[in-house]
Ligand binder design. Structure first.
Ligand SMILES: [Mn+2]
Length: 288
């Protein structure tokens, strides 16, 4: 893997906070390279890893750990060590092995069950993976495991189906997203999820809740609670950022890449201008 610290800080885009969830490192569907491109161009004060970062469930079945996955972990460690980023790793249901360790603070890296993020405007957001709101995975763990295996099959199917679509010249279609949307509505677990979420936010004195788990980025009001979901790095490639002006937003990989590219281009342009103006005198005297 490429060295990750060569990009100078001035070349990077800055966020007060970056929230990522559901990287599922250790599975073959984790989009680790795609994430690395983004992480290398970002400097943030705080990084919240909202669960399912290392997929131990899947690793125990089949090991798909790759050098790109190691590079992601290494980049995160570097952010804590070199950039001074405070890293908060929250337990997910696929990495619940860290449950035995929490709460634990290792210098700038903190492992926890949940975290209250105070935004620039003073509003409090409860950050929690979100499986606790998922009545299926809490009460029927065996069903959740079966669901997880069928999700894997679905992802495999999705890949084959989209290869066929690409061959036919058709655009990408997420079979798994479509089926999941249908199934979850049918189970009507959504309403109980919303109730749960509002109760917990009230109990923690928070105006908002930030989750992962469902692999679908969202930003909407549930009653008087702002619910923000950072999505995942398996399919949707989304994150939540807290901009320098304090706005919390859901962002897609494409936007992040564009901003990183713009930043680099602006920096390079500034460098060229300063060198050419430095050479200008020499040119003028030569002409004279
Ligand atoms: Mn999860």
């Amino acid at each position: 893997m490429e060295e990750t610290t060569k990009v100078p800080r001035q070349h990077k885009i800055h966020f007060r906070t970056l929230i990522l969830s559901d990287l599922h490192l250790g599975t073959k569907d984790a989009q680790a390279r795609e994430l690395l491109d983004v992480l290398r161009g970002i400097h943030c004060d705080k990084l919240i890893l909202n669960g399912d970062i290392i997929d131990l469930w899947s690793l125990q079945r089949k090991n798909h750990w790759s050098p790109a996955h190691t590079a992601v972990i290494r980049r995160i460690m570097k952010m804590a060590e070199k950039d001074g980023t405070k890293v908060i790793y929250l337990r997910g249901n696929h990495d619940d092995f860290i449950r035995r360790l929490i709460p634990l603070v290792l210098d700038r890296i903190e492992l926890a069950e949940e975290h209250i993020h105070v935004a620039q405007d003073g509003r409090k957001y409860l950050c929690i993976h979100g499986d606790a709101f998922d009545t299926v995975s809490v009460n029927l763990r065996w069903l959740a495991v079966i669901g997880d295996i069928s999700y894997q099959i679905l992802l495999d199917l999705n890949r084959v189906y989209n290869k066929w679509r690409a061959w036919r010249g058709k655009e990408y279609f997420s079979l798994s997203q479509a089926i999941k949307a249908k199934v979850k509505t049918a189970v009507s677990y959504i309403s109980s999820f919303e109730e749960h979420l509002q109760t917990l936010a009230a109990r923690r004195g928070c105006e908002g809740v930030m989750c992962g788990h469902i692999h679908k980025a969202e930003d909407r009001m549930i009653g008087n609670v702002r619910y923000i979901n950072s999505g995942d790095w398996v399919e949707s490639l989304t994150a939540v950022v807290e901009e320098d002006d304090g706005r919390l937003r859901v962002v897609e990989r494409q936007e992040l890449l564009q901003r990183i590219a713009d930043r680099r281009a602006a920096f390079e342009a500034a460098k060229v201008t300063s060198t050419s103006s430095g050479e200008a005198n020499a040119t003028i005297s030569f002409v004279a």
